[in-house]
Design a binder for this molecule. Structure first.
Ligand SMILES: *Cc1c(COP(=O)(O)O)cnc(C)c1O
Length: 462
């Protein structure tokens, strides 16, 4: 091989250590030497496969730059703050409920050493969930309560705690899949119980449950269908009827409310089950999520009778499903806010759902005006929008909102560019336009969103 040929193609690619020398202090300090070296190795291997035999090999500095880009892309996949301009209040992919200021402060306070399982009065071991459980019970008008990692865990624990090795009776109209891999029959099997289906998809009566009760019945389970609605020729048994049936046969009754409104504070706005009513009807346990309509951290709450809660708390699975200290802290702060006020506006989910049309219209107008001022060439208008609550709450329930429509030549590319901003702005694309729904945008984010829009406008080179 001649000397000239030697400088061409893969043979002349720099070594890892030569490129690493280029990394000097900055990237090595930022990522660590091992991580940078790995990225350089990956980049060199890509070049080795792709570089043409007669191409000039890139300089070590170019290899390093490409390796850093590769790392940035990888790092970008971590959890980062975004601006939710979709209008979907409980957005599962964006972390469901944004925490209140009090809940955020509680998380920070609990992130060091904290009284997670420590009683300051006696200096002895305390219970992780006793306090949060009694707050939940008080809020819902129940005798007892506890909390686990999420709603699915609450259901699993209720099934295992009350009906392991026995039968669980469920209506065929409620054998739901909530999302991802959360399917009711699988949860019941995982809890060590056997599913007994009753009724039909559209109609199930109390008599159907009654005829399924036998010596092996461990539990009657009612599940809120959450993310879908049965309409038309339908019938279902009321929780109160099932409770009466359960009492008659000494079988516990559990209601999985899913989102669960605490009180009827949002009556007329949402038609989700009201936890206080369900507890009042005498169900042994009512289950609901911490990060749906409650507006707190990911958690599953169980409230009901002392006996049922005790059986769940002592079930061996409870340890595996337990809630983490940061969740406990945020949940306490969230429950306290609900105890202080029936409509706690300091909880973002509650505030956003109750936002007045005038407030939304004013915020949308302000955003449209700001964008129009800083990007005069943009095709922007303030519009009325239909939205959804999200998170499986109130499906099919249209929520009127307001926002800004930005028309451009390529809306999905525009939306993609908005996702690359810092912080990323997540929007809806409809009918070839980008829609920014202000229900989920905070007042202090309006300027940030407007600036991001200006930077991403296809017609603006600034
Ligand atoms: C959302 C939901 C669950 C699951 O709750 P996660 O907190 O998401 O685990 C269970 N049951 C019902 C009825 C739900 O709506």
């Amino acid at each position: 091989m001649s000397e000239a040929a030697d400088r061409l193609g893969r043979a002349s690619l720099p070594s890892v250590s030569v490129v690493l020398d280029q990394a000097a202090a900055a990237p090595i300090h930022q990522y660590g030497k091992r991580v940078i070296a790995e990225a350089i190795r990956a980049e060199l291997s890509r070049l080795r496969n792709e570089i043409a035999d007669d191409a000039v090999a890139p300089e070590p500095s170019a290899v390093l730059a490409a390796a850093v880009v590769r790392l940035e892309q990888l790092r970008g996949r971590g959890v980062q703050r975004v601006i939710n301009a979709t209008g979907v209040v409980i957005h599962t992919n964006l972390g469901r409920a944004p925490l209140s200021d009090a809940a955020r402060e509680a998380v920070v306070a609990a992130s060091g050493y904290a009284t997670v399982e420590y009683d300051l009065v006696t200096g002895a071991r305390g219970s992780r969930t006793a306090h949060v459980g009694s707050l939940a019970a008080e809020l819902c008008g129940a005798d007892a309560g506890t909390a686990v990692n999420n709603g699915a865990a609450a259901l699993l624990l209720a099934v295992a705690g009350l009906a392991r090795g026995r039968e669980v009776i469920v209506s065929r109209g409620e054998l739901v899949e909530i999302g991802g891999s959360f399917r009711l029959p699988d949860i019941i099997a995982a809890g060590g119980a056997r599913l007994v289906e009753v009724g039909t998809t559209n109609r199930t009566r109390a008599a159907d449950y009654r005829s399924a009760i036998g010596p092996d019945t461990g539990l009657i389970l009612k599940v809120h269908p959450s993310n879908f609605r049965l309409i038309g020729f339908t019938e279902h048994a009321d929780l109160a009827e099932l409770v009466a049936l359960g009492r008659e046969h000494d079988v516990p009754v559990v209601f999985d409310a899913g989102s669960g409104l605490i009180d009827d504070q949002a009556a007329g706005l949402l038609d989700d089950p009201v936890v206080r009513e369900a507890v009042g009807s005498g169900a042994d346990l009512v289950l609901f999520s911490g990060d749906k309509l409650l507006g707190g951290p990911q958690a599953g709450l169980l409230v009901g009778s002392r006996e049922a809660v005790a059986r769940c708390r002592t079930e061996p699975l409870a340890r595996a499903l337990r809630i983490d200290k940061l969740q406990v802290a945020a949940l306490e702060a969230t429950l306290l806010a609900h105890l202080r006020s029936p409509v706690p506006h300091d909880i973002p989910v509650i505030r956003m759902l109750h936002e007045e049309a005038d407030t939304l219209r004013a915020r949308a107008t302000s955003l449209a005006d700001t964008v129009a001022r800083i990007a005069p060439s943009a095709d922007v208008s303030m519009v009325e929008l239909g939205g959804v609550v999200g998170g499986g709450a109130a499906p099919g329930l249209p929520v009127t909102s307001f926002g800004v429509r930005v028309q451009g030549p390529d809306a999905s590319r525009f939306a993609g560019d908005l996702r690359q901003q810092d912080p990323p702005v997540i929007v809806r694309v409809e009918d070839g336009a980008v829609l920014l729904d202000v229900r989920t945008i905070l007042d202090e984010e309006v300027q940030v969103v407007a600036d991001a829009v200006r930077r991403c406008l296809p017609s603006d080179d600034t």
